[in-house]
Design a protein. Structure first.
Lengths: 302, 321
């Protein structure tokens, strides 16, 4: 029982990462009907930019410790968001009317560029984040069930971000415009919505969140390499599909479910088969319920 | 085009086909072993590209897990040789059958999926196969290190061990593949594939059994990738799960798409760009993924029909504009 609870907590933490990244996939799919394969790469670059930012800031602040994390997070979000907008402008916008195959290949191409750049700039070896920035601070909430300070921060930050995004999409004018664009580009244009700008906004928010998630993931695990984006990206994409792609609450739910299933699978079945479990879930979902768990409200798709 | 084109077209096709074949036979003779190995690799990936072209090019189904079948063919050949001492050459039919069988089993439940969803499922299947090999499934695949100590193939008493032997072996199969895919392209089945690719609903209305036709594309393409896997084992007596890596699938996919989806000469152009050039220009190799990426983006924007497209596909794409 204690073990189960502990696994659930770990699973929810990982699920929160998946959810943050899945939001980027789901939002882009919503407005462009495109699987943005480059998203995993942007996420990974978040981890690298965060690493450089932290190292520079730690020197500048002369050992400021945890204080350096916040400005670094801002730098990461801004940088990756800008790269995201650039990717949309260069690789996706010219292909908007080019059928379905061309944008997918273009997206795969961008993913390769991002991964290869990271490998050639930072090297293929594992990179480690500065340690000791956040104290371990394990708290025993129940007998034998512990939550670390890091986990608590990750969960709080993720939920705040998701809540903010939800409010943004469902309560603001721009959010409403996004949902309109997701339904129909042409009609949105007739209603006076600047479709290009809305799509650019989506590519600002999605990669911004994804980049931040990259940094948080790297902080949480402590080390990573250039393959991070691919594995995590695929898992996040599975989360998006699981919840119903194009659906924002769905992405959050899907991330949580996948995180929990995976952790339980690793704990009770076999850690080696953890990834296989995720892929099998994806395959089963696509075969039996391609709309995902929350996918029935098609009209509400972002 | 300029004046050379009609003149070239006056030459009977058999002539330049024979000419190309003679060239392919003579080509490795003045080269050293390194370049002969490069030629071998080129031929092997051309076979893989042609096999994937059946699925992606003719039938229009996105398959991004093709490397899994290549690996399955290689493992089948290796396992039969290691455990039952079957000479490599006799394992080749089994490689084809096993890969084709998996192609059937995997594609059967997912045929109803649309383009990008199909693409994702095939990625997932490819990864499942790779992870199963890494995790030493049934204790026979040797885990992450794979299998080694596989025999050399023996053909009429000749042990094939030097690069030139393997080049000619692959060339033989390449010519066989070319013959087969040309016949397929112009067959009833080939026309049905293209019909399904261009308009599935219309094809169905005209009495084409779309499920069966798409299934056949997957089975034939996968089986032939299995043959390519067996050819790999014939030269490299070590197999590892790396054969099924996603990047391999992407390379195969790019060979088909960048050269020109559905076009046989396109597959050769694609192989040249994705395999031969990076092998010859080593400095391209560290940056190969990046240059692949740039090529993919640039091609989709500037020339989505590919470098040497089939006439039908070009008309299809240009018509949409």
């Amino acid at each position: 029982m204690q073990q189960l609870l502990q696994q659930l907590i770990n699973g929810i933490t990982i699920g929160a990462f998946y959810a943050l990244v899945a939001l980027g996939y789901t939002m882009v799919y919503g407005v462009l009907k495109l699987i943005n394969f480059a998203h995993g790469g942007l996420f990974m670059w978040g981890a690298y930019v965060g690493l450089t930012g932290l190292n520079v800031l730690l020197v500048l602040l002369a050992g400021g410790g945890a204080v350096a994390i916040f400005p670094t997070a801002v730098i990461v979000m801004v940088t990756i968001a800008m790269v995201g907008v650039l990717v949309e402008r260069v690789a996706y916008r010219p292909l908007r009317s080019a059928g379905r195959l061309a944008p997918i290949i273009s997206a795969l191409g961008v993913a390769f560029i991002l991964e290869s750049l990271a490998r050639n700039v930072y090297g293929a070896s594992y990179k480690t984040y500065p340690t000791g920035l956040i104290p371990v601070g394990r708290v025993e909430i129940l007998q034998g069930v512990r939550v670390s300070l890091m986990q608590a921060i990750v969960l709080i930050v993720s939920f705040l971000l998701m809540a903010a995004l939800y409010l943004f999409v469902y309560r603001t004018r721009i959010g409403t415009a996004m949902r309109a664009v997701a339904l129909d580009h042409e009609v949105s244009r007739l209603m006076g919505i600047d479709v290009d700008r809305i799509i650019a906004t989506v590519f600002l928010i999605g990669p911004g969140l994804g980049g931040l998630a990259g940094m948080i993931v790297a902080l949480y695990y402590g080390s990573f390499d250039f393959t991070l984006g691919w594995i995590f990206g695929l898992k996040a994409f599975i989360s998006a599909i699981l919840g119903g792609i194009g659906n924002i609450p769905g992405a959050m739910l899907g991330g949580m479910i996948l995180g929990i299933i995976e952790t339980l699978g690793a704990g009770y079945v076999s850690p080696q088969w953890k990834d296989v479990i995720a892929y099998v879930i994806l395959i089963l979902i696509l075969i039996f319920r391609p709309t995902g768990l929350l996918g029935e409200r098609v009209a509400e798709k972002l | 085009m300029t004046t050379w084109r009609p003149r070239l077209q006056k030459i009977p096709p058999l002539w330049w086909q024979a000419g190309l074949l003679v060239l392919a036979i003579l080509l490795p003779l003045p080269l050293n072993d390194y370049y002969r190995a490069v030629l071998w690799r080129t031929g092997l990936y051309a076979i893989l590209g042609l096999s994937l072209n059946i699925i992606v090019g003719y039938a229009g189904l996105f398959q991004l897990g093709h490397a899994a079948f290549y690996a399955l063919g290689a493992y089948t050949s290796a396992l039969l040789n290691l455990h039952f001492d079957i000479p490599l050459i006799l394992t080749w039919p089994a490689s084809i059958l096993v890969a084709a069988l998996f192609g059937y089993l995997i594609s059967r439940p997912i045929l109803h999926l649309r383009g990008d969803y199909l693409c994702i499922v095939t990625i997932a299947f490819g990864e499942v196969v790779r992870l199963a090999l890494v995790n030493n499934i049934f204790g026979i695949t040797g885990g992450a290190n794979g299998l080694s100590g596989i025999d050399r193939p023996v053909l009429f008493g000749l042990v094939l061990r030097s690069p030139i032997h393997h080049y000619y072996l692959v060339l033989f199969f390449l010519v066989l593949t070319l013959f087969a895919v040309r016949r397929l392209e112009n067959s009833r089945l080939g026309r049905a594939w293209m019909y399904v690719r261009e308009d599935e609903t219309a094809a169905e209305a005209m009495g084409v059994n779309t499920t069966r036709v798409k299934l056949l594309a997957f089975v034939l393409g996968s089986g032939w990738a299995g043959m390519a896997g067996a050819l790999y084992v014939a030269r490299v007596p070590v197999v590892s799960p790396d054969l099924a890596r996603f990047i391999e699938s992407v390379i195969m996919f790019c060979i088909v798409v960048l050269g020109g989806t559905g076009s046989i000469p396109g597959v050769f152009v694609g192989t040249l760009g994705m395999i031969t050039l990076p092998e010859i220009f080593r400095f391209l190799k560290t940056w190969r993924d990046a240059w692949m990426g740039v090529a993919m983006v640039a091609m989709m924007i500037a020339r989505p029909e590919g470098l040497w497209p089939s006439r039908r596909i070009r008309m299809e794409i240009r018509e949409e504009e």
